[in-house]
Write a protein that binds this ligand. Structure first.
Ligand code: SF4
Length: 388
C-alpha cells in the first residue's frame, strides 16, 4: 500500500489527536472560540445534535486509554470494575477535563451511574447531566418519555451555553449529523467490500478523531478518506472475516485492533464508538426535531449491550449481521469487568452455537501494552478455521 499525503497528513494527525490525553486539539478550539462551550459525552450514546445546536462542541470522553497513569482514581472505586470508569475519573482528578463546561453520563450500567455521582461530588463547578434513557423500548409511552427527557437536556444545555436552542437550529444540526453519519456508513461499507484497503485500526482512528473535533472539520476528512481509499492498491490476504462485538463502551487500544488484524482477520464490522453512529438510518428532517431524535433512539438505533429492546433479541441481531456480511466468525472483544458485555456474551454464545457460527472471546483493558497473548489466541483461532 503506497504511503500518500492522506496517510501522512490525515491519519497521522488523527492518531495524534486520539492519543492525546491532554485534549490539546479541543483546547485549541476553545481558545479560538472563547464564547462557546464544550460538553463531554461519556459513552455510549449522547444527543450530540442538541449540543451542536446549542453552539457547543460535543467531545467524546471515552476514558484515558493507555496514555493515563491511574494514581488517584483507584481509591474511589471497588476493585473489580472496568478501566474506563477509573481512567475517566483520573482525567478529571488530574485537571485534564478542566476544559469541559458540562458532561453527560447515562443510565447504561451501575459503574457509569456511580461515576456520574462521583463527578458531581468531585467537580462542583462542572455541570453534570445524567440522562435517563427509556428502559422499556416497547412501551407505548417510550417516545413521549424520551422526548420529555431530551427537552430537559435542551433546557440544561441552554443554561450551560446561555443560549436557547430553537427548533430550526436543532433541525440544521440533525441535517448536518445525518450527512456525517452517512459518510461513516459509507466508510464501513467500503471496508466490508474491500477490507484489505482499509484496516480497522485506521478506520477507528479516523472515526475516533471525529469525537474530538467539530463535525464541520471532520466531515471533509471523512470525505477525503472516501475518495482516497478505493484507489489504494492492496492485495487481499488469506484471512478470516470477522464481526467484532462487545467493545461498545470502553475502547480497546488501537494497537490491539491492529494486532488482531495482523493475526489473520479482516474486521468487517464492529461496535466500536457505537454511540457516535447510533442511528441505523437518517433522523427524520421534518416535523418536531426533538420527537425525531426520540423516535430515532427507540426505532432506528443499533442494538447494543446497554440497550434493552424486548422487540428484537440482540442475539438474533448479531446472527443476522454475521450472515448479512458473509462473515466467518465473531470475535468478542469485551472490556474486563464490563457487566453489560459479559451478560450479553452468554446469550450471544448460545445463539452463535445454535447457528453454527464460530467465535473467540478476548478480554481487554485500556491499559494494555503487550498484545502477544491476544495475538497468539487469534492466530490459533484463525489457523483452526483456515486449516482445521
Ligand atoms: S465498560 Fe461496561 S461496565 Fe464499564 S462503564 Fe462501560 S458499559 Fe459500564
Amino acid at each position: 500500500m503506497s504511503v500518500s499525503t492522506f496517510e501522512v497528513d490525515v491519519l497521522a494527525r488523527c492518531r495524534e489527536i486520539v492519543e492525546d490525553p491532554a485534549f490539546t486539539a479541543v483546547r485549541r478550539w476553545k481558545e479560538a472560540h472563547p464564547y462557546q462551550k464544550v460538553v463531554g459525552c461519556y459513552p455510549v450514546y449522547s444527543p450530540i445534535e442538541l449540543v451542536h445546536a446549542a453552539g457547543a462542541l460535543p467531545v467524546g470522553i471515552i476514558g484515558g486509554g493507555n496514555q493515563v497513569e491511574i494514581a488517584h482514581a483507584d481509591a474511589r472505586f471497588q476493585s473489580f470494575i472496568c478501566s474506563i470508569v477509573k481512567s475517566t475519573l483520573e482525567l478529571g482528578l488530574t485537571g485534564r477535563l478542566d476544559l469541559l463546561d458540562g458532561i453527560f453520563f447515562h443510565s447504561i450500567c451501575d459503574p457509569a451511574r456511580n461515576l456520574a455521582a462521583v463527578f458531581a461530588r468531585n467537580f462542583p463547578n462542572l455541570r453534570v447531566e445524567y440522562i435517563h434513557y427509556p428502559q422499556n423500548l416497547a412501551s407505548p409511552t417510550a417516545v413521549t418519555y424520551f422526548r420529555a427527557e431530551l427537552e430537559r437536556i435542551r433546557a440544561a444545555l441552554a443554561e450551560i451555553t446561555g443560549r436557547s436552542i430553537a427548533d430550526e437550529a436543532l433541525h440544521d444540526s440533525i441535517v448536518l449529523y445525518n450527512r456525517w453519519r452517512t459518510r461513516i456508513r459509507h466508510l464501513y461499507e467500503l471496508r466490508q467490500a474491500a477490507p484489505e484497503k482499509l484496516p480497522a485500526a485506521e478506520a477507528y482512528t479516523l472515526l475516533r478523531a471525529g469525537t474530538l473535533m467539530p463535525v464541520e472539520e471532520h466531515l471533509p476528512l471523512l470525505e477525503a478518506a472516501l475518495r482516497k481509499i478505493p484507489g489504494r492498491t492492496a492485495k487481499r490476504q488469506d484471512r478470516i472475516r470477522v464481526v467484532v462485538e462487545g467493545a461498545f463502551c470502553e475502547q480497546p487500544p488501537v494497537d490491539l485492533i491492529a494486532a488482531i488484524e495482523q493475526a489473520g482477520c479482516y474486521l468487517l464490522d464492529d461496535d466500536l464508538l457505537l454511540g457516535w453512529r447510533w442511528f441505523t438510518g437518517d433522523v427524520p428532517e421534518d416535523g418536531d426535531p426533538l420527537e425525531a431524535l426520540a423516535t430515532s433512539y427507540i426505532d432506528r438505533s443499533v442494538y447494543c449491550g446497554t440497550k434493552h429492546d424486548t422487540r428484537a433479541p440482540k442475539a438474533a441481531h448479531l446472527v443476522q449481521r454475521v450472515r448479512a456480511l458473509g462473515a466467518d466468525a465473531v470475535l468478542f472483544l469485551c472490556a474486563k469487568f464490563c457487566e453489560p458485555a459479559l451478560f450479553d456474551y452468554a446469550l450471544y454464545r448460545r445463539a452463535l452455537e445454535e447457528a453454527g457460527i464460530p467465535h473467540l472471546f478476548l478480554e481487554f483493558e485500556e491499559k494494555m501494552w503487550i498484545f502477544d497473548r491476544a495475538r497468539g489466541e487469534v492466530e490459533t483461532f484463525v489457523e483452526s478455521m483456515l486449516f482445521g
